[in-house]
Design a protein around this ligand. Structure first.
Ligand SMILES: C[S@@+](CC[C@H](N)C(=O)[O-])C[C@H]1O[C@@H](n2cnc3c(N)ncnc32)[C@H](O)[C@@H]1O
Ligand SMILES: [Zn+2]
Length: 196
Protein backbone atom coordinates (compact mmCIF):
# COMPACT_ATOMS: atom_id res chain seq x y z
CA UNK A 1 0.00 0.00 0.00
CA UNK A 2 1.29 3.47 -0.88
CA UNK A 3 1.95 6.09 1.78
CA UNK A 4 -1.00 8.13 0.46
CA UNK A 5 -3.52 5.26 0.63
CA UNK A 6 -2.25 4.27 4.11
CA UNK A 7 -2.96 7.82 5.30
CA UNK A 8 -6.38 7.67 3.66
CA UNK A 9 -7.18 4.37 5.39
CA UNK A 10 -6.03 5.76 8.77
CA UNK A 11 -8.30 8.77 8.34
CA UNK A 12 -11.22 6.55 7.29
CA UNK A 13 -10.79 4.34 10.39
CA UNK A 14 -10.55 7.38 12.63
CA UNK A 15 -13.78 8.86 11.22
CA UNK A 16 -15.49 5.45 11.58
CA UNK A 17 -14.49 5.34 15.27
CA UNK A 18 -15.71 8.92 15.78
CA UNK A 19 -19.05 8.10 14.16
CA UNK A 20 -19.43 5.04 16.42
CA UNK A 21 -18.64 7.13 19.52
CA UNK A 22 -21.08 9.87 18.48
CA UNK A 23 -23.85 7.26 17.97
CA UNK A 24 -23.11 5.81 21.41
CA UNK A 25 -23.21 9.26 23.05
CA UNK A 26 -26.51 10.01 21.31
CA UNK A 27 -27.91 6.70 22.53
CA UNK A 28 -26.81 7.45 26.11
CA UNK A 29 -28.34 10.95 26.01
CA UNK A 30 -31.62 9.50 24.73
CA UNK A 31 -31.58 6.79 27.39
CA UNK A 32 -31.02 9.43 30.10
CA UNK A 33 -34.20 11.31 29.12
CA UNK A 34 -37.79 10.51 29.99
CA UNK A 35 -41.08 11.86 28.64
CA UNK A 36 -42.29 11.89 32.25
CA UNK A 37 -39.88 14.51 33.53
CA UNK A 38 -37.76 17.55 32.67
CA UNK A 39 -34.89 19.54 34.18
CA UNK A 40 -35.63 23.01 35.56
CA UNK A 41 -34.29 25.42 38.18
CA UNK A 42 -35.30 24.17 41.61
CA UNK A 43 -36.55 25.92 44.73
CA UNK A 44 -34.74 23.30 46.82
CA UNK A 45 -31.28 23.64 45.25
CA UNK A 46 -29.70 24.52 41.88
CA UNK A 47 -31.34 22.51 39.15
CA UNK A 48 -33.94 19.84 39.82
CA UNK A 49 -36.15 17.39 37.93
CA UNK A 50 -39.89 18.05 37.56
CA UNK A 51 -42.83 15.87 36.49
CA UNK A 52 -43.73 16.73 32.87
CA UNK A 53 -47.01 14.76 33.17
CA UNK A 54 -49.14 13.19 35.90
CA UNK A 55 -47.26 10.10 37.07
CA UNK A 56 -49.13 7.18 38.65
CA UNK A 57 -47.79 5.41 41.77
CA UNK A 58 -44.97 2.85 41.27
CA UNK A 59 -44.13 4.01 37.74
CA UNK A 60 -40.63 3.73 36.28
CA UNK A 61 -39.82 7.43 35.74
CA UNK A 62 -36.22 7.62 34.52
CA UNK A 63 -33.02 5.60 34.50
CA UNK A 64 -30.09 6.66 36.71
CA UNK A 65 -27.17 6.27 34.31
CA UNK A 66 -23.47 6.45 35.06
CA UNK A 67 -20.07 4.89 35.00
CA UNK A 68 -19.57 1.43 36.56
CA UNK A 69 -16.71 1.64 39.06
CA UNK A 70 -15.27 -0.90 41.52
CA UNK A 71 -15.13 -0.23 45.26
CA UNK A 72 -11.48 0.97 45.24
CA UNK A 73 -12.21 3.53 42.54
CA UNK A 74 -15.43 4.47 44.32
CA UNK A 75 -13.62 5.12 47.60
CA UNK A 76 -11.00 7.24 45.82
CA UNK A 77 -13.70 9.32 44.14
CA UNK A 78 -15.64 9.69 47.39
CA UNK A 79 -12.51 11.08 49.12
CA UNK A 80 -11.87 13.44 46.20
CA UNK A 81 -15.48 14.63 46.34
CA UNK A 82 -15.25 15.16 50.11
CA UNK A 83 -12.04 17.19 49.68
CA UNK A 84 -13.69 19.29 46.96
CA UNK A 85 -16.73 19.80 49.19
CA UNK A 86 -14.57 21.07 52.03
CA UNK A 87 -12.86 23.52 49.69
CA UNK A 88 -15.86 24.82 47.73
CA UNK A 89 -18.85 23.97 49.95
CA UNK A 90 -20.30 22.06 46.98
CA UNK A 91 -21.14 18.67 48.42
CA UNK A 92 -22.70 16.97 45.40
CA UNK A 93 -22.39 13.18 45.61
CA UNK A 94 -23.47 11.03 42.69
CA UNK A 95 -22.18 7.56 43.65
CA UNK A 96 -24.80 4.82 44.08
CA UNK A 97 -24.09 1.41 45.58
CA UNK A 98 -24.97 -1.33 43.10
CA UNK A 99 -23.75 -4.44 44.93
CA UNK A 100 -20.83 -5.50 47.15
CA UNK A 101 -18.33 -5.13 44.27
CA UNK A 102 -19.65 -2.36 42.02
CA UNK A 103 -20.99 1.18 42.30
CA UNK A 104 -22.36 3.59 39.71
CA UNK A 105 -20.95 7.12 39.50
CA UNK A 106 -23.84 9.12 38.06
CA UNK A 107 -21.76 12.24 37.47
CA UNK A 108 -22.06 12.08 33.67
CA UNK A 109 -23.83 14.80 31.63
CA UNK A 110 -26.33 12.40 29.97
CA UNK A 111 -27.70 11.36 33.38
CA UNK A 112 -30.58 13.82 33.99
CA UNK A 113 -31.58 11.81 37.08
CA UNK A 114 -28.40 13.02 38.82
CA UNK A 115 -30.18 16.37 39.27
CA UNK A 116 -32.99 14.94 41.41
CA UNK A 117 -32.87 16.65 44.81
CA UNK A 118 -33.39 15.12 48.25
CA UNK A 119 -36.58 15.50 50.28
CA UNK A 120 -37.57 14.45 53.79
CA UNK A 121 -40.95 13.56 52.23
CA UNK A 122 -39.83 12.06 48.92
CA UNK A 123 -42.13 11.14 46.04
CA UNK A 124 -39.61 8.78 44.36
CA UNK A 125 -37.22 6.00 45.21
CA UNK A 126 -34.22 4.45 43.43
CA UNK A 127 -34.59 0.72 42.67
CA UNK A 128 -31.87 -1.57 41.42
CA UNK A 129 -32.92 -3.94 38.61
CA UNK A 130 -30.23 -6.39 37.49
CA UNK A 131 -27.25 -4.04 36.97
CA UNK A 132 -29.26 -0.91 36.35
CA UNK A 133 -30.78 1.78 38.57
CA UNK A 134 -34.22 3.29 37.94
CA UNK A 135 -36.15 6.04 39.67
CA UNK A 136 -39.71 4.93 40.51
CA UNK A 137 -42.60 7.01 41.87
CA UNK A 138 -43.58 6.17 45.45
CA UNK A 139 -47.01 7.75 45.07
CA UNK A 140 -49.08 9.58 42.46
CA UNK A 141 -47.17 12.70 41.33
CA UNK A 142 -48.91 15.66 39.72
CA UNK A 143 -47.48 17.39 36.61
CA UNK A 144 -45.19 20.23 37.74
CA UNK A 145 -44.17 18.66 41.08
CA UNK A 146 -40.45 18.39 41.73
CA UNK A 147 -39.18 14.80 41.85
CA UNK A 148 -37.25 13.91 44.99
CA UNK A 149 -35.86 10.88 46.76
CA UNK A 150 -34.23 10.11 50.11
CA UNK A 151 -30.45 10.43 49.59
CA UNK A 152 -29.97 8.07 52.55
CA UNK A 153 -26.96 10.00 53.92
CA UNK A 154 -25.43 8.75 57.15
CA UNK A 155 -26.29 10.52 60.42
CA UNK A 156 -22.58 10.81 61.32
CA UNK A 157 -22.09 13.74 58.94
CA UNK A 158 -25.52 15.35 59.32
CA UNK A 159 -24.12 18.84 60.09
CA UNK A 160 -22.47 18.95 56.63
CA UNK A 161 -25.82 18.55 54.86
CA UNK A 162 -28.55 20.99 55.97
CA UNK A 163 -31.83 20.20 54.21
CA UNK A 164 -33.88 22.81 52.37
CA UNK A 165 -36.54 20.49 50.99
CA UNK A 166 -39.29 22.74 52.41
CA UNK A 167 -41.65 19.84 53.17
CA UNK A 168 -43.80 19.86 56.34
CA UNK A 169 -41.89 16.79 57.49
CA UNK A 170 -38.42 18.33 56.99
CA UNK A 171 -36.05 17.17 59.73
CA UNK A 172 -33.52 19.92 58.93
CA UNK A 173 -30.71 17.73 57.63
CA UNK A 174 -30.20 15.37 54.69
CA UNK A 175 -30.16 12.11 56.64
CA UNK A 176 -31.60 8.69 55.80
CA UNK A 177 -35.13 8.36 57.24
CA UNK A 178 -33.99 5.11 58.85
CA UNK A 179 -31.67 7.17 61.09
CA UNK A 180 -34.09 9.93 62.06
CA UNK A 181 -34.57 8.70 65.65
CA UNK A 182 -30.77 8.74 66.14
CA UNK A 183 -30.62 12.23 64.58
CA UNK A 184 -33.35 13.53 66.90
CA UNK A 185 -31.45 12.14 69.93
CA UNK A 186 -28.23 13.83 68.85
CA UNK A 187 -29.95 17.17 68.26
CA UNK A 188 -31.78 17.10 71.61
CA UNK A 189 -28.51 16.24 73.44
CA UNK A 190 -26.87 19.25 71.78
CA UNK A 191 -29.81 21.49 72.75
CA UNK A 192 -29.57 20.26 76.38
CA UNK A 193 -25.85 21.13 76.38
CA UNK A 194 -26.55 24.65 75.12
CA UNK A 195 -29.28 25.19 77.76
CA UNK A 196 -27.00 24.08 80.67
C1 LIG B 1 -26.76 15.25 43.14
S1 LIG B 1 -26.91 16.97 43.36
C2 LIG B 1 -28.58 17.33 42.95
C3 LIG B 1 -28.68 18.35 41.88
C4 LIG B 1 -28.38 19.76 42.31
N1 LIG B 1 -29.60 20.47 42.65
C5 LIG B 1 -27.63 20.52 41.22
O1 LIG B 1 -28.11 21.52 40.69
O2 LIG B 1 -26.51 20.08 40.89
C6 LIG B 1 -26.91 16.89 45.10
C7 LIG B 1 -26.65 18.20 45.79
O3 LIG B 1 -27.78 19.06 45.68
C8 LIG B 1 -28.00 19.73 46.90
N2 LIG B 1 -29.29 19.30 47.46
C9 LIG B 1 -30.06 18.28 47.06
N3 LIG B 1 -31.16 18.17 47.82
C10 LIG B 1 -31.08 19.14 48.75
C11 LIG B 1 -31.89 19.52 49.85
N4 LIG B 1 -33.02 18.90 50.15
N5 LIG B 1 -31.48 20.56 50.61
C12 LIG B 1 -30.33 21.22 50.35
N6 LIG B 1 -29.50 20.90 49.33
C13 LIG B 1 -29.88 19.88 48.53
C14 LIG B 1 -26.86 19.38 47.82
O4 LIG B 1 -25.81 20.31 47.65
C15 LIG B 1 -26.45 18.01 47.29
O5 LIG B 1 -25.13 17.68 47.62
ZN1 LIG C 1 -35.87 18.22 54.43
Amino acid sequence: MSKKSKKKEKRYNHLKEMAKLTRLMKEMYERGQSELCEVRNSEIHGRGVYAAADIPKETKVIEYLGEYIDKDESEERAWAQAAKAEESGDAAVYIFTLDDKWDIDGNVPWNDARLINHSCDPNCEAWIEEDEIFIYSLREIKKGEELTFDYGFDVDCYEDHPCRCGSDKCIGYIVSQEQWSELKERISKLEEKVEN
